[in-house]
Design a protein around this ligand. Structure first.
Ligand code: HEM
Length: 359
């Protein structure tokens, strides 16, 4: 069967879609989602991406034909420069081995144990918030979720270790944030434009590695590991009975710090903002929380009763998905939904664009 022709969005003469994407990536994704049924090639001057606008095609890439793809150059090289070869940045056999070794971390019983840490850390933070003043909710939520990841990962860590990690991650994320157009151009082209930020970023990576290495070295001297994520990873063995090396442990720790704090902080911040725009939802949410929790701290067992709360969080994840774009690079020429993706090209999948599609 002949492959179908892929529509191309050339954008504006000379600059193609580069400047519109840098100025407002969401608008560009939105427009293309609405004007293309399955797929569109978006040109960016030096590169291009094939945006999949149909969930069936996305399923083909991520589920049925995943062996024909690898992580895109951003995850594989630029994110891996910070986070090493952890679950988020690795592929193939390395990914599969680690995924199996990390699986117990996401077991229901483990999650239930983390719930108490989450509720306690949140209560401590709430008690410290000054009343009748303006606060930056997102800064606060980043701090909270970092504390939570830190405690679930390294339950016995010293406060000075956590401070160093927070400081380093903050400096690293400055370079990857999408609120700065220099960063966005760097992400697309790979060319370093902001040298000062880059130097701070390099220092932060060294500091992050050093601190996590210190924690892991200390942990290896324990006769019994505490019941936290790092303990689970140190005790984990692969099919051949081999443990993770110190470098692998460090990479997975950094991955969990990154993957586990920025996303959740964004979700809670956006949820609060959206609730504030909708007082009726706020009232209903407060009523449910009072009714189920009776003024006590939330527990894991209470979650199934918090039905409206769950709907609010899901709707916030739909409207403002924290991970709004992910990409894979084709390893071979590969047919997806009747379209030919050439080897080496990127397919882009945007939860943000898909979530606004009436289909
Ligand atoms: C609202 C919260 C979250 C969102 C929206 C989110 C979103 C995502 C997405 C879209 C991916 C796939 C990325 C890709 O393959 O291109 C991913 C992977 C991952 N996330 Fe999350 N995440 C969230 C919370 C967390 C938390 C709390 C943790 C851990 C503490 C976590 C750990 C991971 C890990 C380890 C991976 C890599 C999994 C693998 O490839 O096997 N995430 N996340």
């Amino acid at each position: 069967m002949q492959n179908q022709r892929i529509p191309v969005n050339y954008g504006l003469p000379k600059i193609e879609n580069l400047i519109p994407y840098v100025l407002n990536p969401f608008e560009l994704l939105h427009q293309n989602q609405f004007t293309h049924q399955d797929i569109v090639e978006i040109k960016f001057r030096l590169s291009s991406m094939f945006l999949l606008t149909n969930p069936t095609l996305i399923e083909e890439v991520l589920v049925h034909k995943y062996k024909h793809f690898r992580k895109d150059v951003f995850l594989r090289e630029r994110a891996a420069a910070v986070f090493g070869n952890g679950l988020l940045t690795s592929d193939g056999d390395v990914w599969l081995r680690h995924r199996r070794m990390m699986q117990p971390a996401f077991h229901k019983q483990r999650i239930a144990e983390y719930a108490t840490t989450m509720a306690n850390s949140t209560a401590e933070l709430l008690a410290q918030i000054p009343r009748n003043t303006y606060i930056d909710i997102h800064e606060l939520m980043l701090d909270l979720t970092l504390t939570i990841v830190g405690q679930t990962l390294f339950s016995t860590s010293k406060p000075e270790h956590m401070e160093k990690i927070k400081h380093a991650l903050h400096a690293i994320m400055q370079r990857f944030g999408n609120n700065n157009w220099l960063n966005i151009i760097e992400q697309i082209t790979g060319v370093i434009l902001n040298r000062k930020l880059y130097r701070a970023y390099e220092v932060a990576i060294a500091q992050l590695n050093e601190t996590i290495d210190e924690i892991i070295a200390e942990r290896h001297s324990y006769t019994q590991q505490p019941n936290d994520l790092l303990g689970m990873m140190i005790d984990s063995r692969d099919d051949e009975g081999q443990p993770m090396s110190r470098e692998q442990l460090r990479d997975e720790c950094k991955t969990l710090f990154l993957a586990g704090h920025e996303t959740t902080a964004l979700n809670v911040s956006w949820t609060m903002y959206l609730i504030h725009l909708n007082p009726k939802v706020q009232l209903r949410l407060q009523r449910e929380l009072r009714h189920v929790l009776h003024g006590e701290r939330p527990t894991y067992d209470a979650i199934p009763q918090l039905l409206f709360t769950e709907k609010v969080i899901r709707e916030s994840l739909r409207m403002k998905p924290p991970a709004w774009l992910t990409q894979r690079e084709a390893l071979t020429d590969i047919e997806i939904g009747g379209y030919l993706i050439p080897a080496g090209k990127n397919v882009a999948m945007s939860p943000y664009a898909i979530h606004y599609d009436p289909r």
